[in-house]
Design a protein around this ligand. Structure first.
Ligand SMILES: CC(C)(COP(=O)(O)OP(=O)(O)OC[C@H]1O[C@@H](n2cnc3c(N)ncnc32)[C@H](O)[C@@H]1OP(=O)(O)O)[C@@H](O)C(=O)NCCC(=O)NCCS
Length: 152
């Protein structure tokens, strides 16, 4: 099966992306209890937020193979891009689709005066190696803090 070059992710793509997201993040190593409706709500939120940029990879039958999305944020005299979600269909992982998507995203961002891309992900999950291979480094000076509420 061929994979078509990534294109911009649009509103009409969100349902198919949500189905993929729910499938990928319901399985290991994430094993989170996502349903399509919950996934769609999350993706719609990012799409509706200022500075949205997303890229999509389709197979030759129009099926979603993977996507990456996030939002631009003003920072001093430029922008940062907060990469919020990225996934590739489980059976298509490890075939270069994720790298192709990320490179397409960087080309989009190059037109928008973006100083840096940042993201949060698990330290010990396989995707960490993927991001490091793309040039991401775990910050030595910044820390990601979270506080669970409601007993989480
Ligand atoms: C992480 C993810 C987006 C990577 O996309 P992909 O299409 O599988 O990655 P690629 O095939 O482009 O791999 C690119 C490089 O990363 C490496 N890589 C990819 N997945 C990896 C993994 N699970 N463990 C270690 N290295 C990995 C590949 O070995 C490859 O290295 P190489 O160029 O030296 O051969 C995809 O595997 C995925 O959707 N995973 C599940 C969801 C997830 O974890 N998303 C990110 C959470 S923030």
């Amino acid at each position: 099966m061929t994979v078509i070059a990534p294109r911009r992710l649009e509103l009409r793509d969100l349902k198919a992306c949500a189905a993929l997201f729910a499938q990928v993040f319901s399985t290991e190593p994430w094993s989170e209890p996502w349903g399509v409706d919950g996934a769609l709500a999350r993706l719609e939120h990012f799409h509706a937020s200022p500075g949205f940029v997303g890229m999509l990879s389709l197979g030759d039958k129009g099926e979603v193979m993977g996507f990456v999305l996030g939002n631009l944020e003003p920072y001093l005299d430029c922008h940062l891009f907060y990469l919020r979600e990225m996934c590739v269909a489980s059976q298509r992982q490890g075939q270069g689709i994720g790298s192709q998507l990320y490179r397409a995203l960087e080309r989009e961002l190059a037109e928008r005066d973006v100083r840096a891309v940042y993201l949060a992900t698990g330290r010990d999950i396989p995707a960490a190696g993927f991001y490091q291979g793309l040039g991401f480094r775990c910050s030595e000076t910044m820390a990601f803090y979270a506080k669970g509420l409601k007993g989480d």
